[in-house]
Design a protein around this ligand. Structure first.
Ligand code: GLN
Length: 192
């Protein structure tokens, strides 16, 4: 990574695990902006939508053209990375739900998809383009049920799609910010 030019990355800070993303990005040398309204969006070179509660985050995005402004950024080619609830918020369709989403990825996503008994768990999974397995922390995680032709699957767990990319949009079902391994965030920064 070029250390002379600091990347200016936004982390949506409405609710959920935004502080942990901030820490990882700062350790990788990025300048981090906590994004709480559309006024925080100009001049960002990337945006992370963290895990949390997708309906609560979506309600805020629905207001005041906040989500529309993020959609414009995505259409301009600015990389956006959604983790867990963030993956839900990026998806075009959610199984059995009409909740607000940004519809930036041609995917059908199922929420809380791994069942009650194994609601939260960790696994080491291979991810396309990354060296060595990624420690994936799943917390009431979604998975991707269907993908459109533009969507590339980067990772699976137990036969379920959990990591996808569609051009400048990246999404994973787990929490890469909760482990000391920063290679998923490095991958995202390399998209910029
Ligand atoms: N189950 C949450 C939702 O549906 C996502 C959980 C998470 O982000 N860890 O929004």
């Amino acid at each position: 990574m070029d250390g002379r030019i600091k990347r200016r990355i936004g982390v949506l800070a409405i609710q959920g695990a935004f502080r942990e993303h901030r820490k990882v990005l700062e350790e990788l040398g990025a300048q981090v902006v906590e994004v709480r309204s559309k006024e925080d969006l100009p001049d960002l070179q990337g945006l992370i939508i963290p895990g949390g509660e997708s309906t609560a985050i979506g309600k805020q995005l629905e207001l005041d053209g906040f989500g529309d402004r993020i959609i414009e950024m995505a259409n301009q080619g600015i990389p956006i990375f959604g983790t867990c609830a963030g993956m839900i918020l990026l998806s075009k369709e959610i199984d059995k739900s009409q909740q607000y989403t940004l519809k930036l990825m041609d995917t059908l996503v199922k929420r809380n998809a791994f069942g009650r008994q194994i609601a939260s768990f960790e696994a080491d999974i291979p991810v396309k383009g990354l060296q060595g397995d990624v420690r994936a922390v799943f917390i009431r995680a979604p998975y991707v049920m269907e993908t459109g032709s533009q969507v590339e699957t980067l990772g699976e767990y137990a036969g379920k799609i959990v990591f996808v990319r569609q051009k400048n949009i990246l999404a994973c079902a787990f929490h890469p910010e909760l482990t000391p391994d920063s290679k998923v965030h490095e991958y995202f920064l390399q998209m910029i």
